[in-house]
Design a protein around this ligand. Structure first.
Ligand code: IPM
Ligand code: MG
Length: 368
């Protein structure tokens, strides 16, 4: 019997409700494939701020490092929203664990479940065949660059106006670009063999370095993969014009943050999208959506993105391809049978097919 240690980070809002369904699914797959998952739970985000005064207690990072994989649900909520630089924020937990585990690759697959095709705001012929992988650099760029807020004694502008001043720096080192480029090319080889590299090389120096390195790695080691460059503003437009043309997209941290929300919404169901954050050690899996504080505690949140993040965990951390395929098949069957949580239900969904979080999790488990 194989044994794996999983660190659970439920976080805030709907986090505890949806992660419970992820665990149910993990246990069911474990039972089927003679694998035991052992869980430790730790605190992150707003609840960690309340309990420890920091969004990422040292004990949480240690628990994550000591495990074979981390399953995270979501962090944040209005209770902890602040623009005061001296106050802790839940998101610091997420950024801290990404940096602490050196999770430089973020994979966000965007696929259409045919049963949900009608949920998109785009025309059916535009979204037909969408199957793309957003590869987002996750530990560099403006998220982690030098930053400062200060009172500007110098003054500037026509009147020499004084006031507060702030900056953030978008910085990349060659090795950071190289390793994420390799991840993208490797992913493309397992898919349709095409990489679209997104940058702003007509304006930003860090993007010009990005473009040079991506091409150098391509020409040296991945000439079999098709490579195209696209400027980020144009990309935002092309993504909703011809989304099915993209295979692997690779980009820096903040462009990836923005474009992955856009790409997710192509499907019309953000509640369905999972993500994997990978480095050279323990990896982290989480839904692409947030903590949905408005519906927290009511048992109605959609657990499918969390369940699909378990699928990614099996694939990338444990090489349990069959278990991963089982989860995808089970989720597809549940949707094909018409079961919906509120967020993916529509006017045609009968009341008796609209289910809550726990029931949705059980429906998936039954089909495993
Ligand atoms: C995401 C989120 C995070 C990010 C926030 C919550 C810090 O938007 O994972 O995309 O910006 O990376
Ligand atoms: Mg985001």
């Amino acid at each position: 019997m194989k044994e794996y240690k999983i660190c659970l980070l439920p976080g805030d809002g709907i986090g505890p409700e949806i992660i419970a369904e992820g665990v149910k699914v993990l246990d069911a797959v474990g039972a089927k494939y003679d694998t035991a998952f052992e869980y430790t739970e730790a605190s992150i985000g707003g609840c960690a701020i309340d309990a420890y005064g920091t969004a990422l207690p040292d004990s949480t990072l240690e628990a994550a490092k000591a495990s074979d994989a981390v399953l995270l649900a979501a962090v944040g909520g209005p209770k902890w929203d602040t623009t005061d630089p001296s106050k802790p924020r839940p998101e610091q937990g997420l950024l801290g664990i990404r940096k602490g585990l050196e999770l430089y690759t973020n994979l966000r697959p965007v696929q259409i479940f045919s049963a949900l095709a009608g949920a998109s705001t785009l025309k059916p012929e535009v979204i037909a065949g969408v199957d793309l992988m957003m590869v987002r650099e996750l530990t560099g760029g403006v998220y982690f660059g030098r930053r400062e807020r200060f009172y500007d004694e110098e003054g500037a502008g026509v009147n020499g106006a004084r006031g507060q001043r702030a900056y953030d720096t978008m910085e990349y080192r060659e090795y950071e670009i190289e390793r994420i480029a390799r991840q993208a090319f490797e992913a493309a080889r397992k898919r349709r063999g095409k990489v679209t590299s997104v940058d702003k090389a007509n304006v930003l120096e860090s993007s010009r370095l990005w473009r040079e390195i991506v091409h150098a790695i391509h020409d040296a080691d991945y000439p079999d993969v098709e490579l195209e460059d696209i400027l980020v503003d144009n990309c935002a437009m092309q993504l909703i014009t011809r989304p099915a043309d993209f295979d692997v997209m690779v980009t820096e941290n903040m462009f990836g943050d923005i474009l992955s929300d856009e790409a997710a919404q192509i499907t019309g169901s953000l509640g369905m999208l999972a993500s994997a954050s990978l480095g050279d050690g323990t990896a982290l899996y989480e839904p692409s959506h947030g903590s949905a504080p408005d519906i927290a505690g009511r048992g109605i949140a959609n657990p499918l993105a969390q369940i699909l993040s378990v699928e990614m965990m099996l694939r990338y951390s444990f090489a349990m391809q069959e278990g991963a395929d089982d989860i995808r098949r089970a989720v597809t069957e549940v949707l094909d049978a018409g079961w919906r949580t509120g967020d993916i239900a529509d006017a045609d969904t009968p009341a008796d097919k609209t289910v809550g979080t726990a029931r949705m999790g059980s429906l998936v488990v039954e089909r495993l």
